[in-house]
Design a protein around this ligand. Structure first.
Ligand code: ATP
Ligand code: MG
Length: 571
């Protein structure tokens, strides 16, 4: 009878042990001194224990520092608090990183006293990873909302893919569709260039446990990525009709493509295989509003870790969010360009309206003042032919004649400046016009102690311009430069041709233009000179724009000014 009972107990125990091991959790029972009095086999396996943990202090088994602290679930359970949960990361016997969660449940005896605690240890790696991914997506969403600069955004997207634990890809590349040209262009590649560099980066990453925000905070966008891979990717451009290319078919098919063995996969061209230099990689499309906008390519070139379906799914989810962020940044860029264009046009309009107003005003002045002025001048000349005994009268008549001449000159200047006539264009060599203007100013420059340096590129092509108007522009600009150097200085005139246009730089080391004046100098009547009319640059810009060109000004107050004229060769 006793033997039968013993056998029955042993059978029951076997069933109990089996059940305890089937449960996908590590279990152990602790006494009030936190010593293990029973444990299932799972726990031994997970924690890679050589011998039974029974009899040991639980702290020695779990290697935790939470004992006797408010964070220890077992200590809390003995105090009657049941729902204290804690999570830790361990490395298993099979070198797998595992996130384990401990839940401590108090066990009360018949007297209602807690004399044991059951410690339940579960594997929550997958749910923890999922949480991490969701958190990553949420963080990425928050960060990208504030990033409207396209290049920054692309850098950020690829950094997330390579530097974050959830993706953990070794390298990532991004291609964007250019709808206008119907091509897929390589934009950026991020990732280490060698295994040594990769090991170094991951060592740093794992020791610091940086969050996405930390990683992004430290990103140096101004630093150019000069890896050979990035250089190659940036040169890549595939026609969207060339579906032999895996990136193109991924974009067009709007589905991820996992390549397991590139050497034997007809979907990968020889060229693409050479650039990547790996056998296994994944292409994920960027889709915004149901339209493909680009492709992300990622691989594990250094760890050679196989790319799991799970990682591809996360990457796809991430790519959808990235695509929307890119779309936003592109829309913002287009809008910004349009606003700049609009402001530019508006300013041009205001300038030419002002010029037109000066034009009609000066016609009025010419009409109303010139005639009486001529009459006064005529009378004064007539009077000067008489012999006056009083020399004072003669001197005064001469003053009237001189002042009338001066007034006529001012009048001519204003009318000439304010109404540039329609250009009469001919084919000319611009260097000759500038040379002649410089010769004209030679004596004046010497007088003002200004050294002129000319640097004219040879083979400057002829351009189709109005030579008189051009001369007027150079005179205005050279005069301004001279006037900015009252104590002498250096004046450089450079001419070069580039990209279907000719660029003329006039550089002085004079007073410079204060920042607050820079935006006004092209407005008619803006002047800082006591005797200036303030129309020189306004008229010059109008003439240059009428020839399809542009004027750019760079100036440092107290250091000098560079005025750059650009004129198209064909217009
Ligand atoms: N090279 C330069 N260095 C410093 N300031 C300059 C230079 N060129 C232009 N400026 C500034 O721009 C203003 C406008 O120049 P602009 O040639 O239109 O008129 P102005 O020289 O004052 O008069 P004018 O009608 O006699 O040419 C100048 O008054 C001066 O303040
Ligand atoms: Mg001037």
């Amino acid at each position: 009878m006793n033997k039968e009972l013993e056998e029955q107990i042993q059978d029951e125990r076997k069933i109990f042990d089996n059940v305890m091991d089937i449960i996908r959790a590590g279990l152990c029972l602790l006494d009030e001194n936190l010593r293990i009095i029973w444990a299932n086999n799972n726990l031994r396996d997970w924690l890679d224990l050589k011998e039974s943990p029974v009899g040991k202090h639980c702290h020695d088994i779990y290697h935790c520092s939470e004992v006797e602290t408010d964070n220890c679930p077992a200590v809390q359970a003995f105090k009657g608090k049941e729902d204290h949960i804690i999570e830790t990361w361990v490395t298993t016997k099979a070198k797998k990183r595992m996130c384990i969660q401990h839940v401590a449940i108090p066990i009360t005896n018949k007297k209602g006293v807690i004399d044991n605690v059951l410690l339940l240890t579960g594997d929550v790696t997958e749910s923890e990873k999922l949480m991490h991914r969701l958190l990553l997506l949420q963080q990425f969403g928050e960060i990208t909302q504030g990033t409207l600069h396209l290049d920054k955004l692309i850098h950020l997207i690829l950094t997330c893919i390579t530097a974050s634990y959830s993706f953990g890809f070794n390298r990532a590349m991004l291609f964007l569709i250019n709808k206008e040209h119907n091509v897929l262009n390589g934009k950026l590649a991020v990732g280490p260039s060698s295994s040594e560099e990769a090991t170094q980066i991951w060592k740093e990453m794992s020791s610091k446990h940086n969050s996405l925000a930390d990683i992004i905070d430290k990103l140096d966008y101004s630093h150019n990525i000069d890896t050979p891979l990035n250089t190659m990717i940036k040169l890549m451009a595939y026609s969207l009709s060339d579906t032999r290319e895996v990136v193109v078919s991924c974009a067009k098919g709007k589905k991820p493509i996992i390549i397991k063995n590139a050497d034997n996969d007809t979907r990968v061209t020889e060229d693409f295989r050479k650039v990547l230099g790996v056998n296994e990689f994944v292409c994920v499309p960027l889709i915004a509003k149901n339209e493909p906008t680009g492709v992300i390519v990622a691989d594990n070139a250094y760890t050679r870790e196989p790319i799991s379906e799970d990682r591809v799914n996360t990457l796809t989810m991430f790519a959808n969010q990235a695509a929307l962020a890119i779309e936003n940044a592109e829309t913002y860029k287009r809008l910004e360009d349009k606003i700049n264009q609009l402001t530019e046009t508006q300013q041009r309009l205001i300038r030419s309206e002002k010029l037109a107003a000066i034009g009609s005003m000066s016609s009025y002045i010419a009409h109303e003042i010139r005639n009486p002025l001529v009459t006064i001048g005529g009378f004064a000349k007539f009077l000067s032919s008489f012999d006056f005994t009083d020399s004072k009268i003669k001197t005064n008549i001469d003053i009237i004649i001189e002042e009338v001449k001066r007034l006529e000159k001012i009048l001519n200047n204003i009318t000439d400046f304010s109404r540039p006539s329609t250009p009469e264009k001919v084919n000319v060599q611009i260097c000759e016009i500038i040379e002649n203007t410089c010769i004209l100013m030679e004596n004046y420059l010497q007088e003002k102690h200004i050294n002129l340096h000319k640097d004219f590129e040879s083979d400057i092509p002829q351009i189709f311009v109005d030579p008189i108007q051009m001369k007027q522009v150079f005179l205005n600009i050279l005069m301004n430069a001279v006037e900015s150097m009252p104590d002498g200085g250096d004046l450089d005139v450079k001419i070069k041709s580039a990209n279907e246009s000719i660029e003329i730089d006039v550089i002085d080391n004079g007073k410079g233009i204060p920042q607050e004046s820079l935006q006004n100098i092209f407005y008619p009547f803006f002047t800082t000179k006591p005797n200036g009319t303030g129309v020189g640059l306004a008229v010059s810009l109008k003439i240059i724009e009428d020839h399809g060109g542009n004027i750019d000004v760079k100036s440092k107050y107290g250091k000098g000014t560079t005025i750059s004229l650009t004129l198209p060769i064909k217009y």
